[in-house]
Write a protein that binds this ligand. Structure first.
Ligand SMILES: *Cc1c(COP(=O)(O)O)cnc(C)c1O
Length: 496
């Protein structure tokens, strides 16, 4: 069965995977989602981390979404290449741990799943290392060229750049909010010396950058002329690649005798995750654009038994409001020590809203257009009740984040980055039941955030050699005002 893709706003053409990959945002402003949710295959549900590779599982989980676009053999080749193991050499691509996403037990029912062993030391590599290869493959097949345009609050930019640098037929333009990403994050992007890589520092916030990207995609002429394409987390292919590690975590726990019920009836209702009485698995996800945790929701739609999702936010707590009260109102973005989560409008929430509107494009479009116009949204009480059975939003203060890094270090010697610490603090506060395993997704390597870590534990984190190297390389970027025509002009020149 070949899955096709529809827009959450119901007014864009139905597309095959290859077109969804290159298009990113749908022409009606919506996000692409599979028309139906495929079930996890028996092979995926019996994957054994002791004997099978991460790439084996990745091929199994993702195949139904790409069937019809690639041959099975070619797809598996690309997957194996993306998740190859490179001993410690972060700059040469590949993952520094053969497991790709190792699990670490912290005690008290909490496990960390480390998603930061890729080339740029953040979880975004896991999706983007594959997506870069899928892009190159698709462009070669169709003879197209694209300009990838993206906004980054920190980690997306470097992961995207690393995924497509020096690839033919691709230009990449990454907007970052000037002065609002850490020095290391900036340097990881701007020290890449490749002719197809263009960094732009925007005088504004991350949301300004994201709005500029959205406006460029809404400008149909410009979009066509420049062959715009996106790899930010609205791109379905990124969500797809992230589904894999949720299954991996559940299987890892099952094989180690911790979570026993991995499968459950396919396409459960929102609250059915509660019915597994034994070996229950939950996930706590430090959240910004809602792309990571949405992939967990998709895994559950495909039949993975997940009890609940804890959505952890820093003081930019619009999602905490949403999951506690059913309403949200856009506020000012406030900078924090977990900058990749300094977001007020979480784009991928639209994919969950689409499900909550029973997959009605018309209703989702109305909700989203109202939200755009008024800055406010409210779901009805019944939907909120249903949602609360398996979702919880928790806000973590700056002090609590720092304290969490310090306490874990004192207790175990393990150092976590401030994003992971937000997740860990939320997990600790979330009333973990007996028999429940709470997996906190560790989204960045602590060495990416040395100031926050040093403040917490009194000494800097140890730095992998490839990251140390960027400190001495020259930077390449252009500073531009928060102004659409100026940016469009810049992009047209990149392609001239
Ligand atoms: C991007 C990012 C997040 C947020 O992930 P979303 O998919 O946007 O919710 C959290 N932590 C780190 C380190 C990140 O880079």
């Amino acid at each position: 069965m070949t899955v096709t893709y529809i827009s959450t706003r119901g007014r864009a053409p139905e597309l095959a995977f290859g077109d969804v990959l290159l298009t990113g945002l749908a022409t009606d402003g919506g996000l692409y989602v599979p028309k139906t949710w495929p079930a996890l295959s028996p092979a995926a549900l019996s994957w054994n981390p002791a004997t099978d590779s991460y790439a084996d599982l990745a091929g199994e989980v993702m195949w139904p979404f790409v069937d019809g676009t690639y041959s099975r053999n070619r797809f598996e080749e690309l997957v194996r290449d993306a998740y190859s193991h490179t001993e410690g050499a972060h700059t040469e691509g590949g993952f520094s741990r053969s497991e790709v996403a190792p699990m670490v037990e912290l005690g008290g029912g909490i496990w960390l799943m480390e998603l930061f062993h890729g080339p740029t030391l953040a979880f975004k590599d896991i999706a983007l290392q594959l997506v870069g290869r899928l892009f190159a493959e698709e462009l070669e097949k169709t003879g197209q060229r694209v300009t990838i345009v993206g906004a980054t609050s920190g980690d997306t930019g470097s992961a995207a750049i690393e995924a497509v640098r020096d690839r033919p037929n691709i230009q990449i333009v990454i907007l970052h909010p000037k002065g609002r990403v850490s020095e290391i994050q900036r340097r990881q992007m701007t020290t890449v010396d490749s002719a197809n890589v263009h960094n732009v520092a925007i005088e504004g916030t991350f949301d300004d950058c994201q709005d500029l990207v959205k406006a460029m995609f809404a400008d149909a002429d410009f979009r066509r002329e420049q062959q715009l394409s996106a790899v930010n987390s609205i791109n379905w292919a990124r969500v797809m690649a992230q589904i894999v590690y949720y299954v991996a975590a559940a299987r890892w726990l099952a094989v180690n005798g911790i979570g026993r019920e991995v499968a459950q009836p396919h396409k459960q209702k929102l609250n059915e995750g509660l019915q597994n009485s034994d070996g229950r698995v939950s996930f706590c996800v430090p959240t910004g654009n809602f792309g990571n945790v949405l992939a967990g929701y998709v895994a559950r739609q495909m039949g993975l038994a997940v009890e609940r999702f804890v959505v952890a936010s820093n003081r930019n707590d619009i999602l905490t409001q949403f999951f506690t009260t059913g309403s949200m109102a856009i506020g000012e973005v406030r900078p924090t020590i977990s900058p990749s989560m300094d977001i007020q409008v979480s784009s991928n929430l639209e994919r969950l809203l689409f499900e909550l509107q029973d997959r009605s494009g018309v209703r989702t479009a109305t909700v989203m257009e109202d939200f755009r116009a008024t800055g406010k949204m409210k779901i009805d009480a019944r939907t909120l009740d249903e949602l609360k059975q398996s979702w919880e939003g928790i806000r973590v203060s700056e002090e609590e984040t720092t304290k969490t890094i310090a306490n874990l270090y004192q207790r175990t010697g393990i150092v976590v980055d401030p994003h992971t610490a937000v997740g860990l603090a939320a997990a600790e506060r979330s009333n973990i039941g007996s028999g429940e395993a709470m997996v906190v997704l560790a989204t960045a390597h602590p060495a990416k955030f040395p100031e926050a870590v040093t403040t917490a534990i009194g000494q800097p984190p140890s730095v992998p050699p490839a990251l140390a190297a960027v400190a001495n390389l020259p930077e390449h970027y252009t500073t531009l005002p928060n102004n659409l025509p100026t940016i469009q002009n810049f992009i047209a020149n990149c392609n001239a």
